[in-house]
Design a protein around this ligand. Structure first.
Ligand SMILES: Cc1cc2nc3c(=O)[nH]c(=O)nc-3n(C[C@H](O)[C@H](O)[C@H](O)COP(=O)(O)OP(=O)(O)OC[C@H]3O[C@@H](n4cnc5c(N)ncnc54)[C@H](O)[C@@H]3O)c2cc1C
Length: 387
């Protein structure tokens, strides 16, 4: 059994680490002081250009679209590094993978400009009455001659208030189960949908509610096949989960680092707080949980690369990593005492932001449902985990 990275993986990880350390971390103090939720667009673009000069552009994007098409494991290693900064920065050159199912004209209109950063989309599945149970969606798209007419509401949609187009999953065959009778549509904001931001606990996440009132789109806006909306949606959801696990690992690594440094520095009662067993135990627990999470996250990505059915290991990784990061951030904040509660440090922001990770892209409970159902149907990893 080999726990080593290849030379190539190590090089890419080290380059990502250098980029994050040299280019992003020095901007953290000013960013935290600004109180902003996002980087100004111009600054983000300049940083994306710089990242490109380091070789980071279109990590998941296929080579034919100018991307790097990196294996999931390599992407996870990069995401771990990137998550170590509290700067809300994303590499450029990415688009929702659901868009690769678009036809040639749609690719020109949506996929390519999104990859190039000229357009911003959002993915709209969740509704006020349908979250975990996506089969309960009620937004409809009714055929009317050469057009479809969309009515309904979507909610908690990331980027929903800024996006200039939405990928909307709507029921097109009301007589059927929504999982079989739904279709994906590419809907420009110009077509008439409106949005309202939702105020949330974490400043990173500013989802929105989207309103569709007799929004008309031509038949050419159907993405994929009529009736195949849920198959496409599953592809979108599946992609994010192993990346979220890697993000959790990166955030936890940084929090633990901050906690250890502070425990070695801060003195009370004439000695460093790290000399107290209470603090040592918090550090030891965080280190152990982080290590377990790291291997679950990398294992899940490895399964994705192997082309194996990665659903089980991805569910385990997401469940554990998203809970782990909450505990590690909490302990790091506790070790920092009052300082941890201030906005001088990234800890309080992470404390709020990571809470959402246990909800989006499948709640903890949904991951548990996936895992337990697999086992109850006879799936076993005993003896198979090294196969
Ligand atoms: C910050 C953020 C960003 C998001 N971005 C997007 C986006 O871009 N696009 C999009 O479409 N959606 C997005 N979502 C929505 C997200 O996917 C849903 O919030 C999530 O699926 C949960 O749905 P819900 O909120 O309706 O909760 P519910 O489904 O109502 O669940 C409520 C509680 O009941 C539990 N529960 C539900 N069913 C069961 C069950 N069978 N067994 C046990 N427990 C159960 C849940 O785990 C949860 O604890 C986002 C959400 C957030 C918070």
């Amino acid at each position: 059994m080999d726990f080593q990275l290849t030379d190539e993986q190590r090089d890419i990880r080290d380059t990502a680490r250098a980029f994050v350390t040299k280019e992003l971390m020095p901007l953290e103090e000013a960013f935290l002081r600004s109180g902003a939720a996002r980087l100004p667009r111009a600054q983000e673009r300049a940083l994306q250009d710089k990242a490109r000069s380091f070789g980071f552009w279109g990590m998941s994007t296929p080579e034919e679209y100018g991307g790097m098409a990196l294996p999931a494991l390599t992407q996870s290693l990069i995401h771990i590094e990137l998550a170590r900064t509290c700067l809300p920065f994303r590499f450029g050159g990415e688009a929702d993978n659901i868009l690769y199912g678009a036809d040639a004209a749609q690719q020109d209109e949506y996929l390519k400009p999104t990859i190039e950063g000229r357009r911003l989309g959002c993915f709209a599945l969740t509704e006020p009455g349908a979250g975990s149970d996506v089969s309960a969606i009620r937004t409809t798209a009714r055929r009317d001659g050469a057009e479809w007419v969309i009515n309904g509401q979507k909610t908690f949609i990331s980027n929903g208030d800024e996006a200039d187009y939405a990928i909307v999953i709507a029921v097109t065959d009301p007589g059927n189960d929504a999982r079989k009778g739904s279709t994906a549509f590419l809907v420009d904001r110009d077509a008439g949908w409106t949005s309202a931001p939702i105020r949330t606990m974490g400043s990173w996440h500013q989802p929105a509610t989207l309103f569709f009132d007799q929004v008309r789109v031509p038949a050419a806006k159907v993405l994929g096949d009529v009736g195949a909306g849920f198959d496409l949606a599953k592809r979108w959801i599946g992609r994010g989960r192993h990346v979220i696990s890697a993000n959790c690992v990166g955030i936890a690594e940084r929090c633990l680092r901050l906690a250890v440094d502070y425990a070695n520095l801060r003195e009370t009662f004439g000695r460093r707080i790290g000399e107290n067993q209470a603090v040592q135990w918090m550090i030891a627990d965080s280190e152990t949980e982080l290590e377990a999470a790291r291997w679950l996250a990398l294992r899940a990505a490895w399964d994705v690369d192997r082309g194996a059915d990665a659903r089980h290991s991805v569910a385990m990784a997401k469940l554990f990593c998203c809970q782990m990061v909450g505990r590690v951030v909490d302990r790091a904040l506790q070790i920092h005492g009052g300082m941890g509660y201030t906005k001088e440090l990234p800890l309080e922001g992470w404390y709020r932001a990571v809470r959402a990770m246990r909800i989006y892209e499948g709640t903890d409970e949904v991951q548990r449902l996936i895992l337990s159902r697999d086992l109850l149907r006879g799936f076993t990893r005993i003896g198979a985990h090294l196969a």
